[in-house]
Write a protein that binds this ligand. Structure first.
Ligand code: FES
Length: 97
């Protein structure tokens, strides 16, 4: 199954990824508007806001929970793209935390 990611605040075309693929690997190769730094969930460079999803993304990872709990408390739709293995169609935009 493929999962589509759309970038709502960019003119970058949507991308289709295989279910389970890691966003940090695929988005970097395809020069997406989402940038990455550490890729292990501790810098926040890859913070995105999920503005729509066909079904819930997988739960935040332990590191993601800790980081976003401190840096973006109460913003449940903010995720770290480097921690996401895609499992559904999503629409995202880059966000600051
Ligand atoms: S790239 Fe550093 S938190 Fe995602």
């Amino acid at each position: 199954m493929s999962c589509r990611i759309e970038f709502v605040d960019s003119d970058k075309s949507p991308m289709d990824l295989k279910e389970g693929e890691c966003l940090s690997e695929r988005l970097t190769i395809h020069n997406s508007p989402i940038l990455f730094g550490c890729r292990i969930g501790i810098c926040g460079t890859c913070a995105i806001e999920v503005v729509d999803q066909d079904k819930p993304l997988h739960e935040r990872t332990h590191d993601e929970k800790e980081f976003l709990g401190a840096m973006a408390p109460g913003r449940d739709n903010v995720r770290l793209a480097c921690q996401i293995h895609i499992n559904t169609n999503i629409k995202v935009k880059k966000t600051d935390i």
